[in-house]
Ligand binder design. Structure first.
Ligand code: FAD
Length: 487
């Protein structure tokens, strides 16, 4: 494997067989010892819930270097945890063994090309989502994947987690936006599926298997996405409602009235707002009265349609029928940004508040109100003193139902109880036929619950897919599937 050099003798002793050496190009600042203080940011997750360990962190700067490293790992029996922006919320990017290597994509971060004829963009997998979006905008197009972590998460991480965000309603999840992938497979082979085709029905879709596989089947090194025309009009309203049931009725009305021009529909329980204040005390509701539920409604389109008129007419009807109690349509981009800052501040506000139980539940659209009502009732009944928070992508049936321990609760006790709170919430969503993971994936934190919910046949199929790609089980052990000994 490429030029050889003598590096880190302990490493060679530990690697089984001790005959291969790390590729020379992964020396110097391309490799960080797992015990170094510099390793800290790769070993602590965004929510500070999980602290890991690793033998070392490598940061290859080219696809060839990724291949060389994966081959080295394959020959040496060293397990790999792939990491993008480390914003994942399920612990999938955090190595939990000092025998593992973390493979960070942060230096593989170029936008390769934007093609206005094909409406496509190609990027290295480590490109930050915001940079991908900016590159699309610079060519008068849009890459519509939008999430609170877009300034740090990577397009490869988005692919690996099949990320969602606020515009799924209109454009779909990452799965719907990816045209091609370039992937280094666990034996070091490069699979090039960057063909830019919108329609391709030849055989199984390896691309779709990789999407959402959370680093368990290989390293995504390149991504080709489809772009859309940049909306020239974006109109945003912030409205107040009496209940989540009314919010869901408003969603149905907006969906019929605005059709596919409706680009986002987010709901926020009023009890969540203090979290946004923790981030910025100026983040206040623009409503003139108190309302139990708030919603942000966005309509986006090109020229030739009166988007503002459409949104205002829809909201006027909702006011006439008492569906909404109050509402404001943003008069400027900065006012719209202030509405969104409230929504985005919630995730960070919770992290700042300290330990909290975090979920990303999904049910059928029609069952969103039942989900929230039943989850709230469950917390009141079983966990008195804990505070329920509900917000999220109601237009996709996806609610973040989070729970805060009582103020002053001992952190250790809160964490232990938090597991039981989670189990209660997963039972609620399970009884409604929903999913405990709408968008954050399974990761390490939920592999047991995921596996427990599969049938015997489903487990066999998952195991067979994993073995077909990664027979030695070196890619992200214990992520998505628990270690056999743990189950
Ligand atoms: P990482 O956290 O580094 O990795 C996540 C997983 O992907 C790990 O299992 C890792 O091994 C694997 N992986 C990463 N890169 C690669 C690669 N190149 N090849 C193979 N495997 C890889 N998520 C949503 O879906 N919707 C939201 O609205 C949303 N909002 C968020 C808001 C905030 C404030 C935060 C902190 C997170 C939010 N997330 C959201 C979660 C997170 O941002 C996404 O899961 C994101 O896609 C992770 O990207 P990343 O580059 O940070 O991946």
């Amino acid at each position: 494997i490429g030029p050889m050099t003598t590096v880190h003798p302990s490493l060679q002793r530990e690697a089984s067989g001790a005959i291969v050496e790390l590729p020379a190009q992964l020396a110097g600042d391309a490799r960080i010892d797992g015990r170094s203080p510099l390793a800290e940011r790769y070993l602590l997750d965004w929510g500070r819930d999980r602290r890991g360990s690793a033998r070392f962190i490598v940061r290859p700067g080219s696809v060839a270097d990724v291949q060389a490293f994966v081959r080295w790992c394959s020959q040496s029996g060293v397990a790999i945890v792939v990491q993008g922006g480390n914003t994942g919320l399920a612990g999938g990017a955090i190595s939990d063994s000092s025998d593992y290597a973390v493979l960070s994509l942060e230096r593989l971060n170029r936008i390769r090309c934007v093609d206005p004829l094909d409406f496509t963009l190609q990027a290295d997998a480590g490109a930050v989502l915001q940079d991908v979006k900016d590159a699309a905008e610079a060519s008068d197009m849009t890459f519509p994947l939008a999430l609170g972590a877009q300034g740090s998460c990577t397009i490869g991480g988005n692919v690996a987690t099949n990320a969602g965000g606020i515009n799924v309603l209109r454009y779909g999840m990452t799965r719907d936006l990816v045209l091609g992938l370039e992937t280094v497979l666990p034996d070091g082979t490069l699979w090039n599926g960057m063909n830019g085709l919108r329609k391709d029905n030849r055989g199984y879709s390896l691309k779709q298997l990789m999407i959402g596989s959370e680093g368990t089947l290989g390293v995504v090194t390149g991504v080709e996405v489809r772009l859309s025309p940049r909306p020239t009009q974006v109109e945003t309203a912030y409205v107040g409602l009496g209940s989540f049931r009314q919010a869901c009725e408003l969603f149905r009305m907006a969906r019929h009235f605005c059709s596919d021009l409706l680009s986002a529909f987010e709901v926020i329980g009023e009890e969540c707002l203090p979290l946004a204040h923790l981030i910025d005390p100026n983040l206040r509701s623009p409503l003139t009265q108190q309302c139990p539920v708030h919603a942000i409604v966005e309509v986006a389109c090109g020229p030739g349609i009166d988007a503002g008129g459409l949104l205002e007419t829809m909201l006027a009807r909702a006011l006439e029928t008492d569906l909404i109690k109050d509402g404001v349509v943003a008069q400027s981009r900065s006012q719209a940004a202030a509405f969104w800052a409230i929504r985005e501040g919630l995730v960070e506000g919770q992290a700042r508040r300290g330990f909290h139980v975090r979920t990303d539940l999904s049910v059928r659209l029609s069952e969103v109100p039942q989900l929230i009502e039943q989850a709230r009732a469950c917390i009141v009944r079983e966990w008195p003193g804990w505070t329920s928070l509900a917000y999220g992508h109601a237009g996709d049936g996806n609610i973040h139902f989070n729970v805060l321990p009582p103020i002053g609760c001992d952190p250790g006790e809160a964490r232990t109880a938090g597991q039981a709170v989670l189990t209660s919430l997963y039972e609620v969503v399970g009884a409604l036929g929903g999913s405990f993971s709408a968008e954050h994936g399974v990761g390490r934190s939920r592999s047991q619950v995921f596996w427990a919910g599969l049938s015997q046949r489903e487990r066999q199929l998952h195991t067979a897919i994993k073995a077909a790609f990664d027979p030695a089980g070196l890619f992200n052990p214990a992520c998505l599937m628990p270690d056999p000994g743990d189950f």
